[in-house]
Every structure is written in C-alpha cells, then in structure tokens.
Design a protein around this ligand. Sequence first.
Ligand SMILES: C[S@@+](CC[C@H](N)C(=O)[O-])C[C@H]1O[C@@H](n2cnc3c(N)ncnc32)[C@H](O)[C@@H]1O
Length: 299
Amino acid sequence: MKRSGVGGSGTGATQPRNARGQGAARSAGDWWASYFDADYLTEYGPIFDLQRDRREVARLVELLALPAGARVLDLPCGQGRHAHLLAEAGFDVDGVDYSPDLLAAARQRGTGRTLRYTRADMRQLPARWSGRFDAVVNLFTSFGFFADPADDARTIAEVARVLAPGGMFIFHAGSRDGVMAKFLTRDWWRTSDGTTITQERSFDPLSGQLTIETSSAGPSAFVAREHRIRLYTATRIAELCAANGLTVTEAHDGWRDRPLTRRSGEMLLVAHKAPPVSPMRRPRPAARTARLPGAGRSR
Ligand SMILES: C[S@@+](CC[C@H](N)C(=O)[O-])C[C@H]1O[C@@H](n2cnc3c(N)ncnc32)[C@H](O)[C@@H]1O
C-alpha cells in the first residue's frame, strides 16, 4: 500500500458524518473531532497489523533506552496499538486520545496498573501531569490537524510541559520534503474484506495543508469524506520544539535506522527537554530494562 508519506492519517469529515450519525454539525476545521471512528479503522485497516506494530515498538524501545517502569505518554494513542505494546514492554503507559470510538477499542484490548487511557484534547492535557513523563511519543502523523497552526504549536507546548526534565519526545509523521518529492495525487488499496479505498490528494503550498478525499466501494463502504493535514518539515518541527525548550537531536528516515533525507516520506525525530539544573537526579525505577515487544504476555 502506497501512501503520500502521511503516516496514515488521512482524515476529517467536512460534512455531517456518516450513517452512524456521529459528528454532525461540526465545522470543516474540526474534522478531527469526528473522523477517527469505525470508518477510519476500515480505511487504514491494511496498516493496522500487529507485526508492524511490534516492529515499531521495538524501535521505540531501542530509541528510548529507558528503564522498566519509566512513564511514557502515547499522545494521541488512537486504538492503543503502540500504548498496549509499550506497557507490555515494561513501561508505565498513559494513552490520550479524543476519539471515543478509538479509546473504546483501546480499552477493549486491555488496561491495567501500567496502562491507562484518558480522553483529552492534545492541546490541553490534564494540569496535574506537569513534569510527569519520561517520554512522550506522537506517532503515525498525529499532528497538523488543526485549522490554526497556533494550535499545533500549543500541542508541542503541552508535550514540553508534561515532560520531566531530561525527558524525551519522539515525533513520527509524514515529512513535507519527501511527500512533495514523490507526491501521489491518487492512491487506492483493498481492505481484508475486499472493500476498495480510493484517495485523491491535493496540496496547498501556502497553508502547507494536504487535503485528502476518500471514497470507498465494497462490503464496508462508507460515505465519502475529506480530511486535511498540515504537513511540516523537520526544520519547522525542530523550531517548534526549540520554542518550547525541546532540542531535536536525531532525525531518522521514518522507522528506519538511517538518516532523514529530502526524499524520506516519513520522519522520526528525537527531542530532549533540558535536564534538571540541580545535580540531584530524579530517581528512576531501577533494575529491569524494558523488554522488546513480543517477549512478554499478550493481553
Ligand atoms: C492518525 S491517528 C494515530 C493514532 C495512533 N498514534 C496510532 O499510531 O495509531 C491520529 C489520532 O489523533 C487523535 N486526535 C485527533 N485530534 C485530536 C485532539 N485534538 N486531541 C487528542 N487526540 C486527537 C485521533 O482521534 C486519532 O486517534
């Protein structure tokens, strides 16, 4: 399945939604509030593969290099495909998302002492979480959804606020440079039940917004819809991070262990919050190191 380097978020209904009746009367700018539902799971079904999720979480475990018990926030977590495996790997995980449908799917897979889900807007995380997390991950192009780019900046500010001093931020998304280098105006794929998904894509270089119109045919067909993502360059993400006290130290070619290039369709950036000023370090849970996913029990 080919995609325009957008980690998979196509997204956002501009119409009162679908046959399930969700999300009526929302403005086009708020497409993200209703788009992530059962139809989203159908649309991107071929990407949601456990083996792929395990590979991605193995890479996260490697990059994070945090001890077991470290606090990780998956923001936003969607249906919990990374959050669940991060908890399985030994971290203490919070998943945040706005979509009730995807949170229900995540909770159905299992929760526990080290895996909790919370419904919140990524622009305004719980006040009590200031300085709480050793790492925050933002994966699969879960950024650039808001009509006003200032709201994207607010999201980064919230990430910085909830990170502990010395904490890490991992950002994985479509890279504007690479998406432009290999722009696909049309793409299609088939889901496991034979539904054909077709996307038409256009890009506005001034706003930086990619508009994706999705239609479908077959057993799980849904009402045609449209969503819009502001694509960022690694440069701009690094600037937004820097404005909030986060320093990007690594830029990878998506999930691959090689450098980001101008042709990389996806980027994975690693940023750090400055360590505490005092030489006294926050005690970390010692002993065990987080396991690679798949090594433990499955929920
Ligand atoms: C492309 S999905 C990726 C989810 C997850 N990171 C993954 O890899 O499967 C983007 C997610 O962002 C969530 N989302 C959209 N707008 C949000 C907001 N304002 N606050 C919190 N979550 C939001 C959606 O509900 C959806 O689950």
